[in-house]
Design a protein around this ligand. Sequence first.
Ligand code: CTP
Length: 439
Amino acid sequence: MSDYLFMLENHLSVAQNRVVAEVQAVATEGNVSLFLAGGAMRDMLGGFQVRDLDFAVEGNATRMAKTLAVRSGARIVSTDEARRAVELVFPGGVTAQIALARQEKYARAGAKPQVTPGTIQEDLRCRDFTVNAIALALNRAARGLLIDPMNGLADLNRHELRALQSTSLYDDPRRLLRLLRLKIRLGYTVEERTQSQYLAAREAQMERFVSRRALCEELKQIAEEPNPGEVVRVLQEEGLLALFSSALAAGKLNLAGLAKLERARRLLPPDAGYLDLNWAPFFLALTEKLSPKERAALLQATEMRKTEVSPWKNLPPRTKKLENTVKAARLKKPSQVYGVLSKAAGNEILYLLYQSTMRLVHDRIKNYLQKYLALAQEITDAEVQAAGATPGTPRFAKLKEEMIVARVDGRTKKPPPPPEPPPPLPGARRGRPPRSLTM
Ligand code: CTP
């Protein structure tokens, strides 16, 4: 196994490794060359947690995504026809993108690129920053080969963001926003010429050419950042926030609210598998000070779709309902609190933590997140099986639920680990008891 494959396997979660294996199997079957690229490679080589798996294929990405949807139960979240890229969510919450390896040609700055299929080398050369232009071959012939035509590895080591071309930020001005966002997230510096390009592009007001949909996509990406408040603050400082909303830029930015939301989010265990956690609470906190008219203007400026609006429109009433259930006096036992909150969506819990003023509600949620969830996770399927139920049967599910309730309420304890074998006595030979003890 090459060093990079070994590194990848060690760096990814169990669920992500499973997805890599599934995508690889489908690519091999379809005789398609497959690469891991973009942010996934940057994060692995830079020592960051890999958030999304970005695959590039020299072949039909859409067909592969459809096969994966059938084969692995992955859900296709969006398809970008122009970039021939498909976003998928796999069971277990692993997110991935499968994109056609392509060449992009820009007729003029900020124009929609003309996309044609290309090799992985050509694809990498069209990307934004060198640290995002590294790929790892996953196809049988070259498995484990690192492809790094722009020497992104050196920039990763230098902690530097370097644009690939002298026109990168002009070709696709959304990269102006990406540059700031990545700089904040990674804590990297911007290489000198890239900084000059940024300043020149700003002087030429290239940000005017960021499409409305690109603004919406960027806003959704900001919501997923570990520190979205800082990203929004820097956009404000750089005079870019007005692209989204002139009201936000003119003093209605709710930075204190965003900081409060980040504190609440840190209470949620990252491995709890919450899906669609961030977008709706982020948007609500961000726009809290806006009037309905100003919010409507933001929706228009970002061409926000119904599927993007309804999550945050529905969240406040759903959260109110949850608050009423969580504060109810009838919840006497920990298992009852567990029962209510284990059925709630992550974004409801997060938003409730953000906006509820009731101490009782906060205490119950904190107990759930910090104690009950961990206790429930102690009940393994093996334990339920050992108690006499067959996996996959209704009895198994019921017994597991009962065992969880008993554990959360403190009626059972985690069995102690088996005792360690005693250390051998000094001078004793391996595998044989010392003489003096056998006599
Ligand atoms: N990319 C680009 N120009 C853009 C958007 C994306 O060159 N305007 C390239 C970059 O190589 C990027 C890859 O496409 O790494 C995937 O894009 P995306 O998933 O949006 O971003 P990531 O860099 O993967 O970052 P994140 O960790 O936020 O997903």
